[in-house]
Design a protein around this ligand. Structure first.
Ligand SMILES: [Zn+2]
Length: 411
């Protein structure tokens, strides 16, 4: 098949900027936490855009927005593409959004060209990929893969609102979440377009890359309890300083991550009571561990547990650990990788294969269907930050590669 269908570049860019404005009014960056007022507004924007593109739109039981371009053979398995539009606190305008808006643009251009494809193509905007608000992500893709469990709805946000309540506020019935599950036979493949959020493509001076493996994250919540005493009246040898135990563990996590060639981060900390003249009696913090190899990641986690125990014993403090998330690392399907590569070739787009460090809905979708990912170069690798940027040209090339890939998969 010779693909002559072109995306409308300016139209895509306009939608990226328009969506980026939603949640950007009060502060630096864009903030659209899942199912917040801003997210709901953005969701409506996406629904309208899908309708404008001529797609048949439905919302599934967990709020995934799905727009369909009907193929000529109704029973043929569906080619699925998309990403998410929720963001972290003060995030950028490309993370997730490019994958949803790029997919809408690609499918819209195919429809406008009048090209008939055998397989239907569905564009999906997944609910709560980031997990920032309730501490656990991939809600939409997990529900679709049949991996969501009921306990998720008991989680609370910073204001004490449960996930179930947030669902009801968004006109979703949390009891029906199982209805979002799809069967393996329904789908042919899932392709996600996403910004790289790293510096590999920039280093190689390439606009797009093809993902081979995705690191799976483990998230732990750790609470260390020591004793809050007077900072003046308590000699050093008598202290049970919870913050020092945390600090020591943070340094150990760095060593462990380096030793295993993985990554480890403590990104969220809280010290109590939090007075200038009080020894910290409590330190609560998060741990994020990632590796493309599950076995290595398990070893990393075991070492972290050992370190916690060792440090607690030494400092006579006590720690509680709670695993908030554990997603297996995964590989992209060779078959889909090859279709993306072919598409790059026919478009004369130089590219490379690379690993993916961030988690994505594609990690979960790999359990349900053949999965592939197209990466677009990120400026200085900055993401989850107001400075997140991908150039116009790169976004266009990535989206055109997605279009060609979708047409090849759906022909
Ligand atoms: Zn993302």
């Amino acid at each position: 098949m010779v693909i002559t269908c072109q995306i409308n570049q300016q139209r895509l860019w306009n939608t990226l900027l328009e969506l980026g404005e939603i949640g950007a009014l009060l502060e630096e960056g864009t903030t659209r936490l899942s199912l917040s007022v801003e997210d709901l507004k953005a969701r409506q924007y996406v629904i309208n855009l899908m309708k404008e593109a001529g797609l048949k739109v439905r919302i599934d039981a967990v709020g995934n927005i799905i727009g369909k371009l009907e193929g000529t053979v109704k029973q043929a398995p569906i080619v699925l593409t998309g990403s998410h539009i929720d963001t972290v606190f003060q995030g950028g305008i490309f993370d997730g959004a490019l994958g949803v808006l790029g997919a809408i643009e690609a499918v819209r251009s195919i429809k406008e060209s009048g090209f008939q494809l055998k397989h239907s193509i569905e564009v999906v905007s997944f609910t709560d990929e980031e997990g920032t608000r309730f501490g656990t992500g991939y809600i939409g893709s997990k529900a679709m893969a049949g991996e969501l469990d009921e306990a998720t709805f008991l989680l609370t946000d910073a204001n004490g609102m449960t996930y179930a309540e947030a669902f009801l506020q968004a006109q979703l019935d949390p009891r029906l979440y199982k209805q979002a599950k799809r069967e393996r036979e329904e789908l042919k493949a899932y392709v996600e377009l996403h910004i790289e959020q790293g510096k590999v493509l920039e280093e190689h001076q390439l606009p797009v890359g093809i993902v081979t493996d995705i690191q799976g994250p483990i998230w732990l919540d750790v609470v260390v309890k020591g004793h809050a005493d007077h900072a003046g009246a308590t000699p050093m040898y008598m202290r049970k300083d919870a913050a020092l135990a945390m600090a020591e563990l943070m340094l150990d996590i760095e060593k462990i991550a380096k030793m295993y060639d993985g990554v480890g981060t403590v990104g969220k900390v809280n010290i109590e009571p939090g007075g200038v003249n009080i020894i910290p009696g409590l330190a609560a913090f998060s741990v994020d561990l990632r590796h493309i190899n599950k076995e290595s990641r398990t070893k990393m986690m075991n070492e972290v547990y050992e370190a916690i125990n060792r440090i607690c014993q030494k400092r006579d403090v006590h720690a509680e650990m709670d695993m908030k998330k554990a997603v297996d690392p995964t590989s992209c399907q060779v078959e889909v990788i090859e279709v993306i590569e072919e598409s790059c070739k026919e478009l004369d787009v130089p590219t490379m294969r690379l690993q993916c460090g961030a988690g994505h809905d594609s990690l979960i979708m790999a359990k349900l269907t053949k999965m592939g990912m197209i990466f677009v170069r990120s400026k200085e690798g900055i993401s989850h930050n107001p400075k997140e940027w991908s150039d116009y040209e790169d976004c266009m090339i990535g989206t055109q590669v997605l279009l060609n890939t979708l047409m090849r998969l759906a022909e």
